[in-house]
Design a protein around this ligand. Structure first.
Ligand SMILES: O=C(CO)[C@H](O)[C@H](O)COP(=O)(O)O
Length: 229
């Protein structure tokens, strides 16, 4: 199976955890797209009563096209389960997310969920975080000052570029993303605290102590890992 087939495998597997009546956080990215397609199918075929809380405009468009009823995070009193992709997961189940520039809504939805599940192909696993660039969302005003500070600190920042316009990418909240090319993150909690305390940083892409279940797409089938918290 290639990477895309592994993404489809875990996307489809994840919706087996969905129960009638659930409020579900719906992640963003190509793996989540497979999950949402499979969810739409289950809702249609089994007439399930599900409310979706989306993590991006892109996901909202897909869910709407499949007829999945949606509410915003502020309109629900709880979210039972959020299913989302991830860019990198370490051996102690910390994660980097935001490669699709949706980390802000992804984190808001995740921290308001009773349970969080990540669905990934096996290439996303690594012993330590850092091989995937760490995205941070910053408001445009003053972003160059943040960029310069990060550069001085040796964090190797680069603006995320929109491949369609070749300009700095704008998030759903009209902010910029700065990617930190770090290669290895030795102390994720310390780094997360430093980044979130920079004025103008809206959110950062380290998702720490957050995931309850990981489904990994492997050649011999999906592996389900329950993370002890
Ligand atoms: O964090 C994300 C988007 O902001 C995605 O979950 C992450 O980028 C994984 O994407 P994909 O499933 O396409 O590999």
């Amino acid at each position: 199976m290639n990477q895309d087939q592994l993404k489809k495998l875990v996307g489809e597997k994840s919706v087996e955890f969905v129960e009638d009546g659930m409020v579900l956080g719906l992640g963003t990215g190509s793996t989540s797209e497979y999950m949402i397609d499979a969810l739409g199918k289950r809702i249609r075929e089994e007439k399930l009563n599900i409310i979706g809380v989306t993590t991006s405009k892109r996901t909202a468009r897909q869910a709407q096209s499949l007829g999945i009823p949606l509410k915003s995070v502020d309109e629900v009193d709880h979210i039972d389960l959020t299913i989302d992709g991830a860019d990198e997961i370490s051996s102690d189940f910390q994660g980097i997310k935001g490669g699709g520039a949706s980390l802000l809504f992804e984190k808001i939805v995740a921290i308001n969920s009773d349970k969080v599940m990540w669905i990934v192909d096996e290439s996303k696993l690594s012993p330590k975080l850092g091989s995937f660039p760490l995205p941070i969302e910053v408001i445009p005003y003053g972003s160059q000052k943040i960029f310069d500070r990060l550069e001085k600190k040796g964090l190797n920042p680069k603006y995320m570029i929109d491949p369609e316009t070749n300009e700095r990418l704008r998030t759903d909240s009209n902010n910029y993303i700065i990617n930190l090319h770090l290669h290895e993150i030795d102390h994720p909690h310390t780094l997360a605290n430093y980044l979130i305390n920079q004025v103008g940083v809206v959110e950062q892409g380290l998702f720490l102590d957050m995931v309850n279940t990981v489904i990994v797409g492997r050649q011999d089938g999906p592996e389900i890992i329950q993370v002890k918290r």
